[in-house]
Design a binder for this molecule. Structure first.
Ligand code: NAP
Length: 255
């Protein structure tokens, strides 16, 4: 029996975990796809490719050309375009699609969250008075904060944002999670942070900033996830492996 050819759309720890789980499993022939956003990506232990497909049509061509039988969308909850493309390409090719979508963070006792729907709303929520802001939203969506240049920003991202994308008064910290609560608290105190802005990524590796903000009594502007098209979805790499195993077994039975 030929192994099931699987394309994992990556960029998350769930994608990496699934890649490791499939590495030595003879039922599957997986490939991981990375967008190529970070300068030094963590490379998987399975075959991989880097870079966009060229829109929906390009992804359709890839799925057909590589005879992919299962598509796993394990992109970041905010990678809405890639998720939409996966949905459309699956519909066009009838390649089975599963999304791995980790649960969103939810506020608990002691949290001071302000929920907003967009990065523009997050920038507006900082207000008219200058504040010291810890901005942990990556480096692709800084434009709304350039429009609020009276704040001091501490921007943390994996790679440094290009100088012309930054707000004028900004310290840049390059780092990749996981982060520890004590370190996050120390960072916030050292930079005299007054408010945190983040997106609801839901990742275990980056939750420490929320615990640190709670401990320090700091408000958090939380950007909600963009909507995704309806599709079969699981929360973990382990559940995706179960789904793949069932799919491979069904193909073997000729279902
Ligand atoms: P996006 O806006 O949804 O995607 C933009 C384009 O990038 C897609 O149309 C596609 O290009 C290409 N692309 C995205 N993910 C890809 C993948 N895994 N493999 C091949 N091409 C991919 O996504 P994004 O915000 O640019 O995010 C890009 C990557 O960074 C994703 O892998 C995501 O998981 C990761 N990431 C994103 C965020 C975030 O907040 N957005 C945070 C952390 C990590 P084509 O149309 O040419 O195929």
């Amino acid at each position: 029996m030929n192994p099931l050819r699987v394309l994992i759309l990556g960029g998350t720890s769930e994608a990496s975990t699934l890649a490791r789980a499939l590495r030595d499993d003879a039922r599957f022939a997986p490939t991981l796809s990375l967008a190529g956003r970070t300068l030094a990506p963590v490379l998987p232990p399975i075959p991989y490719r880097i870079g966009g497909f060229g829109g929906i049509a390009g992804l359709v061509d890839y799925l057909r050309g590589e005879a992919i039988a299962a598509l796993i969308d394990a992109t970041h909850p905010f990678a809405a375009q890639m998720t939409r493309h996966a949905h459309e390409a699956s519909a066009e090719t009838a390649v089975k699609l599963l999304r791995i979508d980790r649960p969103a963070w939810t506020p608990g006792p002691g949290d001071r969250w302000l929920g907003v729907a967009s990065m523009a709303q997050a920038a507006a929520a900082l207000g008219a008075a200058p504040r010291r802001v810890f901005l942990t939203i990556g480096q692709q969506e800084l434009a709304p904060f350039r429009a609020a240049p009276w704040h001091h920003y501490v921007i943390r991202s994996v790679d440094p944002p290009p100088p012309d994308a930054r707000p004028p008064d900004a310290d840049i910290i390059t780092a990749r999670g996981p982060f520890a609560v004590a370190d996050e608290q120390a960072l916030m105190l050292a930079h005299r942070i007054e408010i945190v802005v983040t997106k609801n990524a839901g990742a275990a590796a980056t939750i420490a900033k929320l615990e640190a903000a709670r401990a320090l009594g700091l408000p958090v502007v939380m950007v909600a996830r963009p909507p995704a098209p309806p599709m079969p979805t699981v929360a973990t790499a382990a559940a995706a492996l179960d789904w793949l195993a069932a799919h491979a077994a069904a193909i073997r039975r000729g279902v």
